[in-house]
Design a protein around this ligand. Sequence first.
Ligand code: XMP
Length: 316
Amino acid sequence: MIDAKQFVEKTVLELKEQLGSDRVVLGLSGGVDSTVTAMLIHRAVGNQLTCIFVNHGLLRKNEFTDVLEHYKVLGLNVKGIDASQRFYTDLAGVCDPEQKRKIIGRDFVEVFSEEAKKIEGAKWLAQGTIYPDVIESKNAKGQVIKSHHNVGGLPEQLHLSLCEPLKSLYKDEVREVGRALGLDESFIGRHPFPGPGLGVRILGDITPEKVHILQEADDIFIRILREEGLYDKIWQAGAILLSTVHTVGVRDNSRTYEHPVALRAVHSTNAMTAEWVDIPYEVLKKVSNEIITKVKGVNRVCYDISMKPPATIEWE
Ligand code: XMP
């Protein structure tokens, strides 16, 4: 484990040196990695940094507005862009996981680039890339495991130099750095969330309706984990909409033919390996009952008991 205070001091000095009086653009995702990157750079060069927060329509319930507000409170110079419709249009009918990831990545690059180009004289693109992102994008044989969209695309498109101050750190180290920078514990404790968002948690094609269903189910799961005091003990949790599957159920004496939702909660230290969490049955029961009674479109809930490897944390 690194010494976070020393890391901040050293990195801020290096960033001052590296960036000088140049303007920097950074994409905020709502996650700890990009936020810590922004805070480090903001500390080094202040408002020479402009942040862009793109809503791809695949965020959690209310996340875009809540997080945008939080960034403003942190004093970051941030612009929020709601591009949901564009992503939904381009994703319509696409079922293949890698293709979905590629479309989300490409659209993100395009939307972000359009905004970034409006920032006159920008020389640098900062990214919250961390060590596992770099190595997980390719295995030892150079094969792509999953296309992590935050490790490519943007620099080529924008002709900006890349600034990635967290590239050598694991997630737990990034959190320590966040603490050293005075970031709120509630923000630091946020579970990791993939760049392509709910797009990799909806099996099959993505529609705004499916996103809405998943947001509601996920929100119930996460809220109950918080209420039960479990959220902070878990590395990452979320719901997955198995929308390629239909199951038969019964509601108000009528047959339903809807989708199952899978719940995923894992313990990990760096996302390279993960163990499923032994959530008490009573809690699972509460989550399941609330989801199947309140979320229209879902009539069955399963709990994912797969470790990584051989499974991965995300389903796609
Ligand atoms: P997997 O599913 O590969 O996930 O076990 C490992 C960790 O990485 C996150 N993840 C991503 N993060 N862009 C990201 O920024 C991505 O494309 C992406 N895909 C997976 C995942 O949520 C987990 O924390």
